[in-house]
Design a protein around this ligand. Structure first.
Ligand code: GLV
Ligand code: MG
Length: 349
């Protein structure tokens, strides 16, 4: 048996705010990670916040065990001391099975719950994990008199999580989105990579012998992440939540990072993680649609009038479905342009 659909939007604790019905979609091109236990990074957080769409204080992996409490405390202090304006403030808490998760959530909601938009939960394996977080957040929202519900973002980074991705995405009205976690996922699946995201030169297909004189057996590298990313995008779109590509660990390889981000953008992701300032610029470039696509989208929409029927433009057939695609691009451009005068100019909006 399932809960009645009528109860889906009822608070899960007396005194908790009502769940929201539609997930907000402000600019979300990059989730910028920083380590709040690192004094240098923490000092820069307020100025970085002005350059990014989402600022995330990371408490989980990459923060050493003896720095966990300092990271949590550092995040709370930064959250309390700053007004982040339109930039969203997120945190990635430790995993549900860890000794830190409960204090991460309790202390952050108590001290800075009104500043926090989204909690990123790592290593989510099934809807049961989301149900637990859902009820706990409701209890803490009620306890600390929070008026805006905290949303939940899950990382898809275990084989079981991927197997359950659709039910994770649909588990709660708090679900804001999903990110691909290629590093943990590779380990969980026993993939033989030793990197954080991106391709691998060994993952290829080879042509039959004698395919061409110059190169008798040409090969093409394939994308290790395509299957998971496509499943994640479908699960998110079906649930009305937002998919993100995750981390790209080779900071110096800005070219491959851009390719990986662009594949994600083209497949339907709204953003990616940035682990270094150089990746902020890459994400901004990739996840803002190209100006010529926006000019084309405007042309198609205008030529299609009420959006039904068919016309030819430059020899290409347009119909109701191309109008819908063009509206996706144009809506995104409009939302980005609202906050960015340079993009407004570039898109001529
Ligand atoms: C991210 O957390 C990953 O494991 O790739
Ligand atoms: Mg991980």
């Amino acid at each position: 048996m399932h809960r009645s659909p009528r109860d889906f939007f009822r608070p899960m604790a007396l005194g908790a705010p009502e769940p929201i019905r539609a997930i907000p979609f402000p600019p979300s091109r990059m989730i910028h990670f920083f380590d709040p236990s690192n004094a240098k990074m923490a000092a820069k957080a307020p100025s970085i916040a002005r350059k990014v769409d989402i600022l995330l204080g990371n408490l989980e992996d990459a923060v050493a065990a003896d720095k966990k409490e300092a990271a949590r405390q550092g995040f709370i202090e930064i959250a309390k001391a700053n007004d982040f304006g339109e930039t969203q403030l997120w945190t990635r808490v430790n995993a549900l099975e860890s000794p830190w998760f409960l204090d991460d959530v309790m202390q952050i909601l108590q001290a800075a719950g009104d500043k926090l938009d989204v909690i990123m939960v790592p290593k989510v394996e099934g809807p049961w994990d989301i149900h637990y977080v859902d009820r706990l957040l409701a209890q803490l929202e009620a306890r600390f008199s929070l008026t805006k519900p905290i949303l939940v973002h899950a990382i898809l980074e275990t084989a079981l999580g991927v197997s359950n991705v659709e039910s994770i995405a649909m588990a709660s009205p708090r679900m804001q989105g999903l990110s691909l976690g290629p590093a943990d996922l590779a380990a969980s699946r026993r993939m033989k990579t030793t990197r954080v995201g991106g391709g691998h030169p060994g993952y290829i297909v080879r042509a039959d012998p004698g395919a061409s004189e110059a190169d008798p057996r040409p090969t093409a590298q394939q994308d290790l992440w395509h299957y998971t990313m496509a499943r994640m995008v479908d699960a998110c779109a079906a649930a009305g939540i937002l998919p993100f590509y995750g981390p790209f660990g080779d900071i110096r390889d800005t070219v491959a990072c851009e390719d990986q981000f662009r594949n994600a953008f083209l497949l339907g992701c709204v953003g990616a993680w940035s682990l270094h300032p150089v990746q902020i610029e890459i994400a901004k470039r990739v996840f803002s649609p190209p100006a010529d696509e926006i000019a084309w989208a405007k042309r198609v929409i205008e030529a299609m009038g009420d959006g039904t029927g068919a016309v030819m433009l430059d020899g290409k057939m347009q119909d109701d479905a191309t109008v819908k695609q063009c509206k996706v691009a144009l809506d995104l451009a409009r939302s980005l342009a609202e906050r960015d005068p340079e993009l407004k100019e570039r898109y001529q909006l």
